[in-house]
Every structure is written in C-alpha cells, then in structure tokens.
Design a protein around this ligand. Structure first.
Ligand SMILES: Cc1cc2nc3c(=O)[nH]c(=O)nc-3n(C[C@H](O)[C@H](O)[C@H](O)COP(=O)(O)OP(=O)(O)OC[C@H]3O[C@@H](n4cnc5c(N)ncnc54)[C@H](O)[C@@H]3O)c2cc1C
Length: 374
C-alpha cells in the first residue's frame, strides 16, 4: 500500500508529552512527524493545573523523586530555551510552592514523607514546615483554618496552554511536522519499519514513539508494548481576574500570570467521563474559601473536567519494545513537571543514548512482576 510520508521518527500524540519528545528529537536533528487525533478527544494537556511540582512525589520510589526534582531543576533553562525558539512566554514562576493544611496531624504526616524523600535523596531536597504564622507572613490572605504548610523551594507553575503553544511553534521552527485530525488506527511493523494508518493517510518511519495519553492503552499492543493507563478525573474552577495576592502556587489554588485564580484538587474514578458536577465543584470551592476567605465574593467564570492519564502505581512508563525494536512508549501523569526531561533525557534515549538507571525502573514489566507475585 502507498505511503504518503516517510520520516525518521513518528510520534503518536500531540499533547504535552508527545510535543516535548518531538521537540527534543527535532532539536537533535531528527525528521519528525507528530500525528494527533485532535481537540475533541480526551487531552489532559488542555485541562491540567499547570504545576511544576516536586514535593511529596516519590515517597515510596526514590527514582521518581529524583526524576521529578531533576526535571524541575531543568525547567528554568527549558522555559527560556522554548521562549527563544518559539517567541512564546510560558509564564514559568518557580519561587516555591506550598501545600496548605487544616490539620496538624496531616502536616506531621506530610513532613515525615518529606523527611523520607530527603533521606533517600540527600541534600537535593530542601523543604520547610511552616507554622500558621509563617504562612501568614508570606501570604497574609490565608484563612484562620490553615494550621501550616509544607513549603518546597523547588516547586512552581507554568501556563499549560502557553507551554503547548510554545512546543508546537518551536517544533515547527525546527522543521517538525504536526498533523492533526489523525486517528491512528493501525501500526504494522515490517521490514524494520513502522507503517501507520490513519483515516487521513499512511506514514512510515524506522522509529515510533507512542505518546497518546489514554490512547496508548490500545496502541501499545500493536507494537508489543503494554500501557495499563486508566482515566482519573479532575475538576477545575477558574475565577475572574484579581489583584495579585498569591505569590506561591499551592497544590489546590494558584493565581496565574493573568491574575485569575485556578482551583482544583479533585480526583475521581469515573471512567471516560470528563463532565463537571455541582457536588464536586462545590466541595473544591468550599475548600478554596477556607484556604483564602477573600475568594468568597469572587465570581467563577469557568469550570471544566479533564482526565488524568494514570498508571496503576502512579509513576510514568518509559519503555522500548523487544518485539518491535524502534517502538517506544512515553506516558505519565505529571507531564508538565516532567516536560523538561521528556524534551531532553527521554528524546536523547530515543535518539540512541543509554537510558539513565532511573529511567530503567519505569518500564512496564514492573506491572507483570506485581501480577505474578499477587
Ligand atoms: C485535572 C488535571 C490536573 C493536572 N495537573 C497537573 C499539574 O499540575 N502538573 C503536572 O505536571 N501534570 C498535571 N496533570 C497531568 C498532565 O496534564 C498530564 O500528565 C499530561 O497532560 C499528559 O500529557 P500526554 O501528552 O501524555 O497526554 P494527553 O494530554 O492526554 O494527550 C494525548 C494526545 O494523544 C492523542 N491521541 C490519543 N489517541 C490517539 C490516536 N489513536 N491517534 C492519534 N492521536 C491520539 C490525543 O489527541 C491527545 O492530543 C493534570 C491532569 C489533569 C487531568
């Protein structure tokens, strides 16, 4: 059958993971085509909270803690480079982030988790346990119910939509091709090449990267890979613009560069359903008012639901197929935080560099091991 386009690498999925990898590959001189289904499907990239977040991640898995910390450390240079390459400012602010608590017991538990991560990583993991007065000194608008916070100077936030725009533009400026409205229906591996069929055309390449979010579940077996990803819904509220008052992003409330307040801390197991519900939005709004009472009188202008791309243990999957050499899988639930690594370490690996030891621990065979011992 006739092939419409042939290239070095095909990337399936034009969300933040696919575009980060594609950008890194194009920067390394590869000819890359990204095939993306489009805006009317589930895309965590367009519905997320925009945190570049480190604290609390990897308590039970030091490689994940290290992977998150090192990606966050790469972010300032990554953001500056993207802006140079694309002309798009991604609104990165990394002045530290807070996880606010209404309970001393909870705070003690979180601090113990931070100590565990600190012990496994050594001096690369600074954090402070803040009292209510410490929090108030940094954010005077905080409510009386907040008893303290964990502050990590490594945390920050970015505009996820600007990030996607910057990646798409920088990729195009490097000669990359993004084709949208392309639902990948079949991948065939023959003669050392991957042949991909969409309803719009046929493509061939010697390497293929599956970065299709929840779509990876169906695509992975076509090239001998395994992607047991499931949707986990999050709902987010956005208010009208306010005077700047929240210098530090918190895990549940952040103020964007444009001044709006984003509120969101929901996690729901409801399958492929990205609707919003009054009950859940009401819950997150009430919590936000307890964190910051001045939000009581602010108008909400938008709300949405979006589906996280979640693996059974919550860690990313980076894998390469034994059955079809040249096929890679990249999927994770913290694609904003990890974008700097995806554009660097992971694209270098796909270009032929040895995978760092930490990356080896994120292969999908960890799920087979768990199954066989259960
Ligand atoms: C509510 C919420 C809050 C979040 N907050 C944060 C946060 O603060 N910080 C953080 O780091 N992460 C956060 N995340 C997670 C982050 O958004 C995701 O990890 C990231 O968007 C995953 O990107 P992705 O490109 O892998 O997947 P997606 O964004 O889902 O993109 C997958 C792409 O693949 C395409 N695709 C699927 N199937 C096919 C197919 N068959 N053919 C062609 N294309 C296909 C789709 O069109 C889509 O564009 C949050 C997620 C949610 C839902």
């Amino acid at each position: 059958m006739k092939t419409d386009s042939s290239t070095d690498v095909l990337v399936i999925g034009g969300g933040v993971s696919g575009m980060s990898v594609a950008y890194g590959l194009a920067r390394a001189g590869q000819r890359v085509i990204v095939l993306d289904q489009g805006d009317d499907v589930f895309r965590a990239t367009r519905g997320n909270f925009g945190l570049v977040w480190v604290q609390g991640k990897g308590v039970a898995k030091p490689p994940y803690a290290r992977w998150s910390v090192t990606s966050a450390a790469l972010w300032p240079e990554f953001a500056a480079e993207l802006t140079r390459q694309s002309g798009v400012e991604v609104e990165l602010s990394q002045v530290g982030g807070m996880r606010l608590s209404f309970s001393d017991r909870e705070l003690t538990r979180w601090a113990a988790d931070m100590d565990r991560i600190h012990d496994s990583l050594g001096s690369d993991y600074p954090y402070e346990r803040l009292s209510a007065a410490d929090v108030r000194a940094r954010i005077p608008e905080v409510g009386p119910d907040v008893v303290g916070a964990i502050f990590s100077p490594l945390d920050g936030h970015v505009s996820p939509l600007r990030l996607l725009r910057a990646l798409v533009q920088a990729f195009a400026n490097l000669g990359g091709k993004l084709s949208t409205g392309e639902n990948v229906e079949a991948i065939d591996h023959r003669g050392g090449e991957f042949h991909v069929r969409t309803q719009k055309g046929r493509y061939a390449a010697s390497r293929i990267v599956l970065a299709a979010g929840l779509g990876n579940r169906t695509l992975a077996p076509m090239v001998g890979l395994h992607a047991p990803v499931e949707p986990v819904r999050g709902q987010i509220l956005v208010t009208e613009r306010m005077q700047p008052f929240l210098r530090y992003p918190t895990l549940h409330v952040r103020q964007t560069g444009e001044g709006v307040i984003q509120i969101g801390d929901s996690k729901e197991d409801v399958g492929f359903n990205d609707a919003t519900t009054v009950k859940e939005l009401g819950r997150i709004a009430r919590n936000a008012e307890r964190y910051f009472p001045l939000l009581k009188t602010v108008n909400v202008i938008r709300a949405w639901g979006a589906l996280r791309v979640m693996t059974p243990d919550g860690y990313p999957i980076y894998d390469v197929s034994q059955e079809c050499p040249g096929a890679y899988l990249v999927t994770c639930h913290s694609g904003i935080t990890l974008a700097a690594h995806h554009a660097g370490t992971i694209s270098d690996w796909i270009c032929g560099a040895a995978a760092p030891a930490d990356v080896q621990t994120f292969r999908a065979n960890r799920f087979h091991v768990q199954n066989s011992t259960n």
